[in-house]
Ligand binder design. Structure first.
Ligand code: GLY
Ligand code: MN
Ligand code: MN
Length: 443
């Protein structure tokens, strides 16, 4: 897989951001864009801080995820400014002095205390759009997040620049490395917590840095969609393993899921292979002009085809879709936009003015309803699960005959299957960002 130098791509990325910001400011009637990086949050009645999460609007501009109390100021026609907080502090490690591919493109003002930013921010607060959390307030600089500005920026953030794609490929490489280590740990009989630790060690990131909490699920645990318990004892016998885990690269996320079976569980292994083959076809369907809602519906039909082949449902995929049977086996969305956030913003955005495209009726968990365009990166994460709560609802709705319950009993101990990749929509064929990273991790 070709890794591109983000430094060489950054000037064009910055030019795109400046153009977008200029238009967004004009729409909102502002002269300056002001973006605080955010501050620490403290636990109630305690002096412990929560893990710091940088303002995504800030890390869109800079590959900096650990500089609270810093600010970006952009004024059209001028060099962008960074107010960079590097405190005098002997209790904590302070951020390194500004360095890297971005520094030559900014005027940088290093401050030693948060309040020093006040003298450096634009003179007229009223002429500024301030994008941030209320907690970032400094003096009168209360973030207001004007909708005209935020909606425009978020709508366009769905279209990644080549710089962003390069960083997202890095996040794939790291994630694939972790997934490989986790699979080895699973094959050696490790418990969920130990698999998690093997993953973190291979990626070189812990829970504070990973883009979301690892889902490491053995056997029936795979039927809990967001299972994050990390059991300390491996179940016996060990039958299956679902891992949904990503990595971060300069603020960009990967979000990858794989499912495995232990030796001797051939029918479940065959079902994994069938879902994997179906998932590859869904990935290949990511093309400019395609409605993601349609991909989601198509995924239902494809997955129900797999369940029909394995004798789990007795009705046609179309009937399973229409009666809600398919939603009991595939009870989440096909995927979502991804980038600076795992579930990236603007998955429902109809346009740059803030319009919304609703989900299709009966699909309450779909997170992406837009038509695909070049530069968008989406996850494709079909899954089938054996969840008693949802299957009971099928019975109560009078569709129990649609299901072969003996086959449900057979597959229930495996929990479920999910396969998840990131796919870049291009002018031509889909570009799967995840699979080449796995192939490279094998080598
Ligand atoms: N890891 C959460 C998701 O796949 O959306
Ligand atoms: Mn995931
Ligand atoms: Mn996902």
């Amino acid at each position: 897989m070709i890794q591109q130098d983000p430094g060489a791509l950054y000037p064009d990325h910055l030019a795109v951001l400046c153009r977008r910001a200029e238009t967004a400011l004009a729409r909102g009637g502002f002269d300056h864009l002001v973006v605080p990086s955010g501050t620490l949050h403290y636990q109630l009645f305690d002096d412990r801080d929560y893990p710091y999460a940088v303002n995504p609007q800030f890390k869109a501009w800079l590959p900096l995820t650990r500089v609270p109390h810093s600010w970006i100021v952009f004024t059209p026609g001028k060099r962008p400014q960074v107010i960079f907080h590097q405190p005098f502090d002997y209790w904590h490690v302070v951020p390194d002095a500004p360095s890297g591919w971005w520094v030559e493109h900014f005027d940088i003002h290093v401050i030693r205390a948060p309040e020093e930013a006040l003298a450096l921010l634009p003179k007229e607060r009223a002429r500024c759009a301030v994008l941030g959390e209320p907690q970032s307030t400094l003096g009168g600089w209360v973030p207001d997040n004007p909708a005209a500005v935020v909606d425009y920026l978020e709508y366009h953030r769905a279209f990644k620049t080549p710089y962003e794609i390069a960083l997202m490929r890095q996040a794939q490489v790291l994630g694939a490395r972790g997934h490989r280590a986790a699979e080895v740990a699973f094959r050696n009989g490790a418990d969920e917590f130990s698999i998690h630790m093997a993953y973190c060690a291979a990626v070189g990131q812990d829970a504070n840095e990973l883009p979301y909490g690892n889902i490491i699920a053995l056997n029936e645990h795979a039927a809990v969609l967001h299972y994050t318990e990390l059991g300390r004892r491996a179940p016996q016998p060990l039958r299956s393993f679902l891992i949904d885990a990503g990595a971060s690269a300069h603020g960009y996320a990967s979000d990858i899921t794989r499912t495995y079976a232990t030796q001797g569980h051939d029918e479940f292994a065959a079902m994994i292979a069938a879902v994997d083959a179906a998932q590859r076809q869904m990935c290949a369907a990511v093309r400019a002009g395609v409605d993601y809602k349609q991909l989601h519906i198509d995924a239902h039909l494809s997955l129900m085809g797999v369940l029909k082949d394995f004798g789990v449902i007795r009705v046609s995929p179309q009937t399973a879709l229409e009666t809600g049977v398919s939603a009991a086996f595939f009870p989440h969305g096909l995927g979502h936009l991804i980038g600076l956030q795992v579930h990236d913003v603007a998955g429902f955005a109809a346009n740059e003015e803030g319009g919304r495209i609703e989900r299709p009726a009966g699909h309450p968990y779909l997170r992406m309803t837009r038509v695909l365009g070049p530069g968008m990166v989406v996850t494709i994460e079909p899954g089938v699960y054996f969840i008693d709560m949802l299957l009971d609802e099928v019975k109560q709705a009078g569709h129990g005959d649609s299901i072969n319950w003996d086959r449900v009993d057979f597959f229930r101990p495996y929990g479920g299957i999910r396969i998840e990749d990131e796919v870049l929509c291009t002018e031509g064929e889909a570009d799967n960002l995840t699979r080449p990273a796995f192939e490279a991790a094998n080598g």
